[in-house]
Write a protein that binds this ligand. Structure first.
Ligand code: PAF
Length: 283
């Protein structure tokens, strides 16, 4: 059964009376197949899945798309109901109506994870990850799930959340789920909604560039690949494109076992991200 809960009080009452093992899928709504994959995974692994839908103002910059971010609760509920097992298992959708149900009046706390600032998305989105970790911490605290599910498309986010969990010793298992792509290879994102067909085609520049760098890294090694990356960056639509150690987002060195090739691109006014992981064991 899929049940909608729109207040913190009702959620707390529900959770207090339930002994079922919990999986948490935090989202900002406008669910696509990427989200549904996370939800399916949680349904398979837990007796109760809590999907949260909250467009978190703290993770948007002043000139970003908070106001126009798609809010599609009814369609989101239908999408969750369309998952086979959602009807047999217990699924709660927590979509708070009042912002105070996440950030109580006078809220003045921030969770900051250091060490990943000034890199990738942190460079052009100052404060973004503090907004993410603060809301995710609040959700972890509220829902007390055994497991939480995140997509690898937001690779830097997954590293930062895992670091927060380790540093603050939060008793939760973080499960990471592969990027889901459309038939052309474009990584699914709620922001793809802003693109017309031509722009979706244009957005593949990012996916293709990452793929080209991956092939080069495996075939020709890091030096040639960095040169190739710098050439690609001549295209001013790229916000960044980088090849880093996937373990810590440091530059690759001889001890690196896995690389992440991550990029962000502006298509019109829409900022899109993508990445791929490359195992370096074969070097
Ligand atoms: O990945 C997202 O959609 C958001 O950053 C998250 C984790 C739901 C926090 O608002």
């Amino acid at each position: 059964m899929v049940e909608l809960i729109t207040s913190r009080e009702k959620l707390v009452n529900y959770l207090e009376s339930s002994q079922l093992s919990r999986g948490l899928v935090p989202t900002m709504g406008n669910l696509h197949q990427g989200h549904l994959t996370l939800i399916k995974e949680s349904i398979n692994e837990n007796d109760l899945t809590v999907v949260t839908i909250f467009v978190n103002p703290k993770q948007f910059g002043p000139n970003e798309d908070f106001d126009k971010y798609p809010r599609t609760l009814e369609a989101d509920l239908d999408a969750i109901r369309s998952i086979d097992k959602a009807l047999d298992k217990n699924v709660i959708v927590f979509a708070p109506e009042k912002i105070e149900d996440i950030y109580p009046e006078g809220f003045s706390s921030t969770i900051s994870v250091h060490g990943f600032d000034q890199i990738l998305c942190a460079k052009d989105r100052p404060g973004h990850f503090d907004g993410v970790t603060t809301v995710v911490y609040i959700l972890f605290n509220l829902i007390k799930a055994r497991r939480a599910y995140f997509g690898l498309k937001d690779f830097q986010q997954t590293l930062i959340i895992r670091k927060m969990v380790k540093d603050l010793m939060i008793p939760i298992e973080i499960k990471l789920v592969e990027i889901v792509r459309d038939s052309n290879g474009l990584a699914l994102s709620s922001r793809n909604k802003y693109l017309d067909l031509k722009q979706k085609e244009e957005a593949l520049t990012l996916t293709k560039s990452i793929k080209k760098l991956k092939d080069s890294l495996l075939k020709s090694g890091i030096k040639d690949t960095i040169k190739m990356k710098d050439d690609i960056l001549e295209d001013k639509r790229f916000v960044y494109l980088d090849i880093l150690d996937a373990n810590n987002l440091h530059p690759l060195d001889d001890r690196s076992k896995e690389a992440v090739i991550a990029g962000a691109i502006m298509i019109g006014t829409t900022r899109l991200i993508d990445n791929t992981l490359v195992s370096l064991n074969v070097r």
